[in-house]
Ligand binder design. Structure first.
Ligand code: NAD
Length: 256
């Protein structure tokens, strides 16, 4: 699968899964626009080693105006978005009756509404070009619940519903829209959950083993590289009839 001449925008790609996906896409020849908070120097260096054009834009995806600026930046600097990976996401774990309202609003804005805005802003350019790939990084939590994760689970279920509708609305075009549902991937988002468990007693290695044993039958983490390779498949000709799908890559989590 060669992506030379294509431009990929990966939201939330200064760390974790987004960075891994961006790196795999660049390795196959795509120009890439990274997005996300924090100093992007290391992420830019990682993705640039593949020799394609790579830039960073620090838009806060929870703000539709900043997202619009990000898409305008990609249009003027790299010819518009061919591959959109809606990946930015946050987590907060707390029982529903104690869940901070501000965290609920932030999770819905970042994990769900930004996916709607990204798709809305990407589709006109993709229709003009006659080709496009939209990949929404949902989660196993788009299909099942876990205690303490009300906002995250609600947002990810919403992402899968939105993916189905966009898959249908683009079904007769060369644009596809799909969701990927990872199980646990060892990124800062999951490391925080391991650290919180360890803080309640026990060592971090035991907390990590327990976290996997509770949910993920393979007892191994999914990696950002695995997810990057799945995005590549969805970008390929062989992936062109995968539409509106929610594709599990979860070490067996959802088979239980
Ligand atoms: P991470 O914390 O490592 O990275 C999140 C990225 O999003 C960072 O680059 C951060 O700067 C960016 N970000 C956060 N808020 C933002 C905002 N408002 N605007 C722009 N960028 C923002 O997290 P991760 O584990 O790599 O998660 C990436 C995606 O994968 C999320 O949607 C998450 O829900 C999903 N996911 C993660 C796992 C897992 O086990 N780690 C499993 C399933 C799904």
């Amino acid at each position: 699968m060669a992506l030379h001449g294509k431009t990929a925008l990966v939201t939330g790609s200064t760390s974790g899964i987004g960075l891994g996906i961006a790196s795999v896409l660049a390795a196959r020849g795509a120009n890439v626009v990274l997005n996300g908070f924090g100093d992007p120097t290391a992420a830019l260096a990682e993705v640039r080693r593949h020799g394609t054009q790579v830039a960073h834009h620090g838009a806060d995806v929870s703000d539709p105006a900043q997202l619009a600026e990000l898409f305008e930046y990609v249009r003027t600097s790299l010819g518009g978005v061919d591959i959109l990976v809606n990946n930015a996401g946050i987590q907060h774990v707390e029982a529903v009756e104690a869940f901070p309202v501000e965290r609920w609003d932030a999770i819905i804005a970042i994990n769900l509404s930004s996916v709607f805005h990204g798709i809305r802003l990407a589709l006109p350019g993709m229709r003009e070009k006659g080709w496009g790939r939209i990949v929404n990084i949902a989660s196993v939590h788009g299909q099942v619940g876990s205690v303490g994760k009300s906002a995250y689970v609600a947002a990810k279920h919403g992402v899968i519903g939105l993916t189905k509708v966009v898959g249908l609305e683009t079904a007769t075009t060369q644009i596809t829209c799909n969701a990927i549902c990872p199980g646990f991937v060892l990124t800062p988002l999951v490391q925080k959950q391991i650290d919180d468990r360890a803080a309640k007693g026990g060592d971090p290695a035991a907390a990590q083993r327990e976290l996997l044993a509770e949910k993920q039958p393979s007892l191994e983490f999914v990696t950002p590289e695995h997810l990057g390779e799945l995005v590549l498949f969805l970008c390929s000709e062989a992936g062109s009839q995968v539409r509106g799908a929610a594709w599990n890559i979860d070490g067996g989590w959802l088979a239980q």
